[in-house]
Design a protein around this ligand. Structure first.
Ligand code: GDP
Length: 495
């Protein structure tokens, strides 16, 4: 980073601290996770709960979120966000999707967006000491961004040839090579020293992107490899900085002017300097707290290969949070995050007896990542939650046996064996128990099931039917452990 932009960054940080001081508290909360992890649903539910404090308090919906449970959270409302050039999180649209007559899941996160929720609360400390102002104010700026973008941080210290070699060698691994075939063949046919042509570059990029996308489908559930924008391009789709692919070139190879290899390397460098670096500088480095959402069940559904792969991706994601001053990258971006919460989402797909086990799975999945991030200086938590609980629990008798079932309305087209659901009728599902020892999930077969069975292990449900308050506005939807997540992420700022 140049000296000037470093100074500007410092000046802005100082200005922000001053404005925090003048306006009461402010907290920038990052919400991230790989695509479909549940970011959009989580933010919508969080903002809804905070802005409907009275209804939440009346219904005792968040017993472990202390400020709310103690009746100290006076009011929450949406306010204009501080960054005018960042798209606003489409809260109203997403809430309508979840609670409107056609109740459906909202459209997912595809780019960075922001939402400010302002909270008035009675200070707990005031009641004790009777000092200062009783009612205080906290602005929570929720920043939603694709987790895929975090995987790009290591690229900043890698040359085109290094990245190319790593990416090509990952693609030859057993789980990846069948889906990488077409792209690898095309790559092998290109001489990096030959003259560059755009048509071939586009074709190669298309095949490379298709490989990355296929690895991410439910069938394979392999975690994403960088460049993160290839699957989550935001507004940059089709731009030259996103039209490149790895090539077998060596570090000090002298590539001729206008050659294929030279142009690809230039685009790779442009991707780093014009896309990756500004994202880390403008968004990531300014976060105070972070929740990383993880669709652990999707990986479990796909088997041990996907579980191991998810573990690797999480370790890579957490690399971005290393704050030790020793690395070049951290000294450039200086994230000041002091709390990180890892959350396994969609826990409502399991019976409550397995929620602690799901947390244990996630703890194991993240343990290597957390150990590697020693010196992060941040408090790290692990939780299993459902931002919106689409199921309820029931005991069903089957052949004289009592079975713990979950009941919900499966999405139209979901199947169990030959039975297809129409999106209107309810179904009882026996999700089974997660093993007591989470290590079993890293080895052997998926949850002890055959491949055929594993596919319908976790059905997708429609959101629950919303209830409405006297003001005809929807009341917050049921959830699992959102209160614990809120207490961890913001509880101490409402003391
Ligand atoms: P994003 O890509 O991370 O923004 O993911 P979304 O928030 O759009 O969630 C992706 C999908 O996961 C949704 O369309 C839902 O099908 C499902 N989902 C997300 N959160 C929940 C939840 O709390 N409960 C249930 N049952 N499904 C969820």
């Amino acid at each position: 980073m140049s000296q000037l932009s470093h100074l500007m960054f410092e000046a802005r940080a100082a200005a922000e601290s001053l404005s925090d001081f003048m306006s009461g508290g402010r907290l920038r909360l990052g919400v991230t996770g790989l695509s479909r992890a549940g970011k959009t649903v989580f933010i919508t539910a969080l903002a809804h709960q905070l802005t409907r404090a009275h209804a939440v308090q009346q219904n005792k919906q968040l017993p472990l979120f202390r400020a709310m449970a103690e009746g100290r959270l006076r009011a929450g409302h949406l306010d204009p966000q501080p960054d005018y050039s960042v798209p606003r999180f489409a809260y109203e649209e997403h809430l309508l999707a979840l609670t409107g007559p056609s109740r459906h899941w909202p459209h997912s996160t595809r780019r960075v967006s922001e939402l400010r929720v302002s909270i008035d609360y009675d200070s707990h400390l005031w009641s004790k000491r009777r000092m200062g102002k009783k009612t205080q104010h906290l602005d929570i700026d929720i920043v939603d961004y694709p987790g895929e973008w975090l995987l790009d941080l290591p690229l900043l210290s890698k040359s085109f040839s290094q990245w190319s070699q790593e990416t090509l060698s990952a693609a030859s691994a057993e789980a990846r090579s069948p889906i990488a075939n077409d792209w690898r063949k095309e790559t092998a046919a290109i001489d990096p020293k030959s003259r560059y042509d755009e048509e071939t570059a586009q074709k190669l990029t298309r095949l490379f992107t298709a490989y990355l996308a296929q690895a991410k489908t439910e069938r394979f559930a392999l975690s994403t490899l960088p460049p993160g924008r290839f699957l989550m391009p935001g507004d940059l789709e089709g731009s030259p900085a996103l039209t490149f692919a790895p090539l077998p070139v060596t570090q000090d190879e002298d590539l001729p002017h206008r050659s294929f290899g030279r142009e690809m390397a230039r685009r790779y460098d442009a991707y780093k300097s014009q896309i990756v670096r500004p994202f880390f500088q403008d968004h990531f480095a300014r976060l105070d707290r972070q929740i990383v959402l993880i669709d652990t069940l999707a990986a479990l559904n796909s088997g041990p290969e996907a579980v191991r792969d998810l573990e690797t991706a999480l370790a890579d994601v957490l690399m971005a949070f290393r704050t030790g001053r020793s690395t070049l990258l951290s000294s450039m971006f200086r994230p000041k995050i002091d709390k990180i919460l890892f959350a396994a989402t969609k826990a409502d797909h399991l019976h409550h007896t397995s929620h602690d086990r799901l947390e244990a799975v996630l703890r194991l999945l993240t343990s290597r990542a957390i150990a590697r991030a020693e010196g992060v200086g941040a408090k790290i938590g692990v939780i299993a939650l459902a931002a919106v609980r689409a199921t309820r629990e029931a005991v069903v008798r089957h052949e004289g046996e009592q079975l713990m079932a979950i009941v919900g309305t499966p999405l139209a087209g979901e199947r169990i064996g030959l039975e297809a659901f129409d999106g209107e009728s309810e179904g009882a599902i026996f999700p089974g128990d997660l093993p007591q020892d989470p290590k079993e999930l890293f080895e052997g077969a998926a949850l002890g099931l055959s491949d055929d069975e594993a596919e319908f292990r976790f059905l997708k449900f429609r959101p629950p039917i919303a209830k409405f308050g006297d003001d005809a506005q929807p009341l917050p939807l049921p959830h699992i452990r959102m209160d614990r997540a809120m207490e961890f992420l913001i509880g101490d700022r409402l003391a």
